[in-house]
Design a protein around this ligand. Sequence first.
Ligand code: F6P
Length: 320
Amino acid sequence: MKKIAVLTSGGDAPGMNACIRAVVRTALYYNIDVYGVERGWAGLIDGNLTRMETRSVSGLIHKGGTFLKTARCPEFVELEGQRRAAETLAAYGIEGVVAIGGDGTFRGAVDLSNNFGVKVVGVPGTIDNDLAYTDYTLGFDSAVNTVLWAMNNLRDTMTSHDRVSLLEVMGRRCGDIALYAGVAGGAEYVLVPEVPYDLDEIASSIRKSRMRGKTSNMIILAEGAGNREEICAAIRDKTGIDPKVTVLGHIQRGGSPTMSDRILAGKFGVKAVEVLREEKDSCAVGIRNNKIVTVPFPDVFSAEKRFDKSLYETSKILGL
Ligand code: F6P
């Protein structure tokens, strides 16, 4: 393969810039021409491509967001959108694409590959860690560290006022951000979509902890695991304590990527280009048991959702 393109699509995640950089530099290392596509699949449809040189990706490794920009692209779900994208690629003589993003990005990759024979390699880039075929997605570690930063700050003020704090974090329907941050940040209660919880039990546990001399409590609530107002109302009714709510929101999506995400970005980027260079079938790269792997798209989508029950049990034991 002599010409490839790289794009980021869907929600941005820290480490995407580092991964684009890795793709560009690896391609140039193998004497492959490489184009950056602006705004994901939308940029392929509209023909927004720029030839990348090694200097095009200088000074980016430490930056959050994606300098290629990103978008969610409903037109790409339609065959017509995919056709226009394939035509753009043909016009440039581009034979392969590295698509960095989450579930929606991968579905677009499969469509482009199946319907128009374009070789696409997916790189899992999302803070949610919700792609079951890979142990970790790019951006997850950075997002968890951002949550930890918020937890540390919250803890200072909650301890000073003897308060109960509820911190809502992102994750779509996946509780991993809440779970990892909960354990690493010492939250007393971790509420995730994967495990049912009992608000009476939580309220009674808060009451008992106060009787034992504990003066503040932290609840981490994952997106998709319940309504924060209802949770607070139940705790207020049963304990007389009014929890203070913080919704962290898009702060979790930004910021400088952590060491782990930068390394992962580098390894994913190199592997993605090597797969295209060897003209292998479209697939996704991932990491399993600390090894970089390639997984065919059908297996990416059929992989069973895994939730780390043992880490969840750890959170319960340590949150006592
Ligand atoms: O997939 C990343 C994510 O941040 C989710 O955690 C969240 O549900 C969603 O994207 C938010 O999307 P948007 O930025 O479009 O509001």
